[in-house]
Structure formats: C-alpha cells, structure tokens
Design a protein around this ligand. Structure first.
Ligand code: GLV
Ligand code: MG
Length: 308
C-alpha cells in the first residue's frame, strides 16, 4: 500500500546523470530525494542516466528517505522506457515515481496501469510503488481535482513554478518570486491554494517546487514560509545550503508542538469518563473543543513526523 503520510518537508532534486551529486545526496538531511531523468538531464544523456539511477537505487544508503525517480513527461519519447527500465532495474528500491507536467487524469491512469503491470511481471508487492504528480501548467491546474482523484497510488501533488510561470505567460525570469509590477498581493496564492485544496480533498500531500536563487537564503525562507503557512507539507531543495532552512520552516516550533500535544491531552481527558465527558474544555484560559482538537492534530502530526 502506498503511504500518503510520509514526511516530505524537504525534497532534494538530484540530476540522474551526475553520479557525484548522487553520492553527495546520501549525506544530506532531507526527507525525500528524487533522481531526475527529466529537465536536469540533456536529451543525449537520458539513456545513460537511466542506468546511473538504477545503480544508485540498488546501491542503497538512503536511510529512511523517500526514494523517488522523476521520469520524463508523457509528451516526450522517453516516458515509457524511463518507467520500464527504472522499475525493472530497481523496483524494489523505489518508493514513488514522479510524473511531471501532468495535464489530465488519463496520464496518471496510464502510469498506474503500467506500474501495476510491472509489479505483477516482476513479483513486486501490489501497489508498492506510489505516484507523485507535478502540476505545472494551465491545463494541469484547470483539471487538478480530476488528477487528484485519478489513482489510489497517488501520494502528493507538487507545484512546478518554473514551468507554470512559462505556461501562463507570466513575464518574469525569477522562479517563485513575485512577478515585477504585481504589487497587490501574492501572485501564487491562487495556484497554491487551488492545488492544496484538491490534494486535501483526496487525502494527498501538497508540496511546493524549487527556489532557484541558491545564494538568497532569506528569499527562500520568505517563499517557503508562505507555503508552509497555507498548510503545504514541504518544498523542493536544489542545493545543500537550502536544506536546513526548508526543514525548519516546514516543522512546527517546539513551543507550538508542545502546545498541540497539551491540547490533545487536555481534550482527551475532558471527553473521557474521568473528565466527565463535557463538551467544552479549558486549557489555561483558552476554551478548546472538537475543532481545536483537529487543529492541534495537524500541528502534532507535523511535529511527530519531524521527530520533535
Ligand atoms: C519544476 O519542475 C518547475 O518547473 O518549477
Ligand atoms: Mg518543471
């Protein structure tokens, strides 16, 4: 069974054609990594990258990080061979396949069926390989609800800001930053909230994409905080220098985490036989009820996943 609740605060993008970068990735404190066969790999290097990715997965050393491969999009000539070679070569060492530029539910169904065929042919456990999809163009966002409902293997929807900005003709060259001239709010609020709502409606995680200004830690923190505040589960990182910031931003503070656990304990006691099963409970000066319990559960779950 796929696991829709894996910890995905930080997801490291690693070019599948770069063995040295892959080796370095093993030492980084990220929750997830993906070995990329798509945009980080030149067309002539795709076949060799598949072999490198298979070897890297089989070699292991990834601890409990989520192990993902990003295949090429379905409007290219490479997707089929990417999926077949990677799963045949390293299917038992793979948690999820990431499909980029998903424009509709049929594409996800194709991947679901193909993975099912491979699992059967290879004797892998049924539905052992999950799917993550990138929402990164106007069509994908317009159909995001159907995409989110398209497969029981789906674990996460991921926003791809660079491709999305290009897809809607946003006249900006700085990925993830506000476009010049837009001074009336956050240009990404709609797309993030739209994707997040579709993800939650179908029990999926929601992840923000990359921030390309590697040297600008404060910019990264600002953009990551925006997504974390909405409720997204994590964000991509492209460089070791981005990892700590993203892990920190997507973990609750110790104070909030402790408070959330206290709310859960207090509410459990008030609603028990011993506490008299009262409807409204107090924690210090604050009234807590069933809705407070649900909010506390969100923060407590993120804190537990982060090991607080
Ligand atoms: C990631 O794939 C992006 O397009 O931003
Ligand atoms: Mg992209």
């Amino acid at each position: 069974m796929v696991d829709t609740q894996r910890c995905r605060r930080s997801c490291l993008a690693v070019p599948g054609s770069e063995p040295r970068m892959i080796d370095k990735a093993r030492g980084l404190e990220v929750d997830q990594f993906f070995l990329d066969l798509e945009d980080a790999v030149a067309p002539l290097a795709k076949a060799e990258a598949r072999r490198t990715v298979v070897a890297a997965l089989n070699e292991g050393g990834w601890g409990d990080r989520v192990r993902t491969v990003r295949v090429n999009a379905l409007d290219t000539a490479w997707t089929y061979r990417d999926v077949v070679d990677v799963v045949e070569g390293a299917g038992q060492s793979l948690d999820t396949v990431m499909l980029p530029k998903v424009s509709g539910p049929d594409q996800v169904r194709w991947l679901d069926l193909t993975l099912g065929q491979l699992e059967r042919a290879l004797g892998l456990a049924e539905s052992s390989i999950g799917i993550e999809v990138q929402i990164e163009d106007a069509k994908g966002l317009a159909d995001v609800d159907a995409i989110a409902a398209s497969s029981a293997r789906l674990e996460a929807l991921i926003f791809g800001p660079a491709d999305f900005m290009a897809s809607i003709n946003m006249p900006s060259l700085v990925v993830g930053e506000q476009p010049p001239g837009y001074d009336v709010g956050d240009a990404y609020h709609y797309v993030l909230m739209r994707m997040l709502t579709a993800a939650r409606a179908h029990g999926l995680q929601a992840v923000d994409g990359p921030y390309l200004q590697i040297g600008d830690t404060e910019g990264l923190r600002r953009v990551a905080r925006r997504s974390a505040a909405l409720g997204l589960d994590g964000k991509w990182v492209l460089h070791p220098s981005q990892v700590d910031t993203v892990n920190e931003v997507f973990s609750p503070s110790q104070r909030d985490y402790d408070r959330a656990e206290n709310v859960l304990d207090a509410y459990a006691w008030y609603t028990s036989e011993e506490g008299g099963r009262r409807g409204a409970a107090m924690l210090g000066d604050e009234m807590i009820d069933e809705a407070s319990r649900k909010m506390a559960l969100v923060v407590a779950a993120k804190g537990r996943a982060a090991g607080l």
